[in-house]
Design a protein around this ligand. Sequence first.
Ligand SMILES: C[S@@+](CC[C@H](N)C(=O)[O-])C[C@H]1O[C@@H](n2cnc3c(N)ncnc32)[C@H](O)[C@@H]1O
Length: 400
Amino acid sequence: MLSHIERESSSSERPETPRLLRLTCAPGLTPWLEQEVRDLGYDVEGSDHTGVELRGRMVDAMRLTLRLRTAYHVLQRFGDLRARDAEAMYQGAIRLPWERVISPDGHVTVTSTVRNDSIRNSMFANMRLKDAIVDRISQVHGRRPDAGSDGDRTVVHLYWQDDFCRITLDISGRKLSDRGYRRIPRRAPMRETIAAAILMQADYDGSRPLVIPMCGSGTIAIEAALIAANRAPGLLRSNFGVKHLLTFDEGTWTEERVSARKLKAKQSPAPIIASDIDPDAVDAARKNASTAGVDHLIEFQVCDFAETPLPEEAGTIILHGEYGQRLGDPVELQSTYKRIGDFLKQSCGGWDGYVFTSKELAGTIGLKAARRTPFENGSIDCRLLQFELYSGTRRTSDAS
Ligand SMILES: C[S@@+](CC[C@H](N)C(=O)[O-])C[C@H]1O[C@@H](n2cnc3c(N)ncnc32)[C@H](O)[C@@H]1O
């Protein structure tokens, strides 16, 4: 057993002090994540291209984990270190009280973001931090937890920039975008968090009809239904990193889940219509919506996008077509996008029109966009184009 480690008295009797929470997101989604954090009543302390920071207690970390739509991970600060190389990082990390949060019978996964000249492969940094964790626990208890890369139990994240290391506990575990409903992904599905951000950008709140032609596996329609029903996305999943921490307070977690379940929609949701030309895509979308528990809120149709039935009351229409880099013949795609422009102009007067596509194809629609919002969709530079579709929308050559 390690003699130089002082076993500190349990912190459970002391009031918990708020800690730094870092919420990570897909690059560029920060503005929508910030908005969500503020809407939940929290103050944002800082933000950058891939995340937002605030201060909160464990109950706040749990609430954010259950309710955020655009975040990847909720990370709770565990310790900061100064380390120039892996040995120094190991020596700093073994001094942290891992035995308070990880059981010797547990299982730990280390993930990292490393920008340090002495580390060529971040897997090495992960391994040395894992060594520090299991060595410390083994010195305290005489046994050590298992370790691996599956990320299904305790997850520890290392952020290492130059000689600064921040070590956090991953409250979410697997990415929050893995909601668990998309059992049948189909071709080129959109990440759930990007779909949620697009809907936020379109000011969607469920009060007006929403039409999603080219719905694919149904991600945008399903995220919309979750928003319209005010359903916390974290309720769709049962496993989170926090549940595998020794400090996990089941009572607080249950209370947070119960209060998330009590959230009510502001009004009964207006119709959501999702269509696709591919019957298998519509079948997958319907099954995914059923897994998410929102199939009763979405009407599905198999048809060409231009044949999608529009409700009488105008609302929002969002098209996410294919892009040349991933799917489809480029020449055919250009004519599809031109047809999309004609459809919006001729059939969607009075609607708020949006097209999400690659930067290259954004210029082929033939309608002037009122707003172009950049999105990084994996490696593809995308745009959400917003069109004001009043009767007699003019076609112009300026699609920039
Ligand atoms: C990029 S995928 C949409 C992905 C979707 N947002 C998701 O998350 O799964 C484009 C979809 O457009 C559909 N599509 C292509 N041409 C179409 C057309 N003319 N009319 C309707 N749907 C079409 C394809 O079948 C495909 O499912």
